[in-house]
Design a protein around this ligand. Structure first.
Ligand code: 6PG
Length: 253
C-alpha cells in the first residue's frame, strides 16, 4: 500500500507499507537495484545508513542479487558514524562490512568510511567532508548534480536521522558537509560524525527504512513536518519511506 503525497496524512508523504522487516528488506533491495540500474555514468554513489534496520537489506544485496549490481561502479559512503574502533560492534562501518561490503565483490577503495581512530571527532568530520568533496570534485553542491544517487536512512524514536538529533546544532548546519556530534544523547553514548542536512539531501533518491511499533508515534510527527528526519526528507528531491506494518499501525505483530 502506498500513501500518496498529500499533506495531513499521518504517515510521511511517499510512504509504502510492507508486512514486516523481511518484506522491508526485500522492497529496499528491489528499489536499490532499480535505482542503480537507472543510474547512468561511470560512478554510482550510495550513502549507507547505520542502525540495525538495514542489516537484512545489506545481506540481501550481498547474497541474493550479486549479479544485479555493477559492483565495480558503486562507491559506498556513510551517513553517520560512531567514534569507535572499526571492529567495534557499535561501528556502523563494521555492520555494513559484515553484512555487505566484505561479502560482495567491492574494490577496497570504493568504501569511504569515516576515520575513527587516532583522530578527534572534529578532525574526523573535517577529513570526511574533504573525502566527500574530493569524490564530488567541488566543495559546492550543485542541485543539478547530486552527490549521491541513493541515500539510505533510518529514524530514531526521537525523530533523529543519521546523527542529526532534535534540538542539537548539527541539524541546523547548512554549510559544512560533515560535523562532529559530541553527545549523541542516545545509546551508544559515544561522539559521532554526521553528514549534514544539505549533504544527505543531495541525493537523487532518499529511502528511509522504518520498522517496529516503537517508531509509530514519531512517524506521526514526521508526517507533520517536524523533527530532523522530516527536514532531511523535505530537502530531498525524491524522499520515499518504507515502513513495516508494526511501525505504520503501532501494533506489534
Ligand atoms: C546510527 C544511525 C541512526 C539510525 C537510527 C535507526 O548510527 O545510529 O545511523 O540514525 O539509523 O537510529 O536505528 P535502528 O535501525 O537501529 O532503529
Amino acid at each position: 500500500m502506498t500513501v500518496p503525497p498529500s499533506p495531513g496524512e499521518d504517515l510521511p508523504a511517499g510512504s509504502t507499507i510492507v508486512a514486516d522487516v523481511e518484506a522491508l528488506a526485500h522492497a529496499a533491495a528491489a528499489r536499490t537495484v532499480a535505482i542503480v540500474a537507472a543510474t547512468e555514468g561511470e560512478r554510482i554513489a550510495i550513502c549507507l545508513s547505520g542502525g540495525s534496520t538495514p542489516r537484512r537489506l545489506y545481506e540481501l544485496l550481498a547474497a541474493n542479487v550479486p549479479a544485479a549490481l555493477p559492483w565495480g561502479r558503486i562507491h559506498w559512503f556513510f551517513g553517520d558514524e560512531r567514534m569507535v574502533p572499526p571492529d567495534s560492534p557499535d561501528s556502523n562501518a563494521r555492520m555494513a562490512r559484515d553484512a555487505l561490503l566484505s561479502a560482495a565483490p567491492i574494490p577496497a577503495d570504493h568504501v569511504h568510511a569515516v576515520p575513527t581512530v587516532g583522530v578527534s571527532v572534529e578532525e574526523a568530520a573535517r577529513a570526511y567532508a574533504a573525502e566527500l568533496a574530493g569524490f564530488y570534485g567541488s566543495e559546492t553542491l550543485d542541485p543539478a548534480r547530486p552527490l549521491f544517487d541513493l541515500t539510505l536512512l533510518g529514524i530514531g524514536e526521537d525523530g533523529h536521522t543519521a546523527s542529526l538529533f532534535p534540538g542539537k546544532p548539527a541539524i541546523e548546519e547548512d554549510r559544512a558537509w560533515a560535523v562532529p556530534v559530541p553527545e549523541a544523547g542516545l545509546p551508544p553514548q559515544v561522539p559521532r560524525v554526521t553528514l549534514t542536512r544539505p549533504v544527505l539531501a543531495s541525493s537523487r533518491h532518499v529511502l528511509f527504512l522504518v520498522a517496529g511499533a516503537t517508531k509509530r508515534p514519531v512517524l506521526t510527527r514526521i508526517a507533520r513536518g517536524e523533527l530532523p528526519a522530516a527536514r532531511v526528507a523535505a530537502a530531498s528531491p525524491d524522499a520515499r519511506w518504507l515502513i513495516d506494518r508494526a511501525a505504520a499501525t503501532g501494533v506489534s505483530p
